[in-house]
Design a protein around this ligand. Structure first.
Ligand SMILES: [Zn+2]
Length: 82
């Protein structure tokens, strides 16, 4: 089971994938360099190295569901102590 701290919510809007907030740099409404069909291919087992366009931070996506991207490491760590 992948821990919640490794997940980040996304939105699918008009064929583009957005995150409301970048987990690394706090940029808002970031469009990810990823196609909606990749959500399925990742879920089917194809890993995806995701580079956030706002800050060039990168992280590997291991799985997806209808609301969340699941990363290979904790991505909520910046807020973990709040
Ligand atoms: Zn960023």
């Amino acid at each position: 089971m992948i821990p919640f701290i490794n997940t980040w919510p996304y939105d699918l809007i008009m064929g583009d994938i957005y995150v409301q907030e970048c987990p690394f740099c706090d940029a808002v409404n970031v469009r990810l360099p990823m196609k909606p069909k990749e959500l399925q291919s990742i879920h089917d087992g194809k890993k995806k190295l995701l580079v956030f366009p706002c800050c060039s931070n990168r992280s590997t996506v291991l799985d997806t569901d209808t609301d969340y991207l699941l990363f290979d490491k904790p991505i909520r760590y910046r807020n973990a102590n709040h």
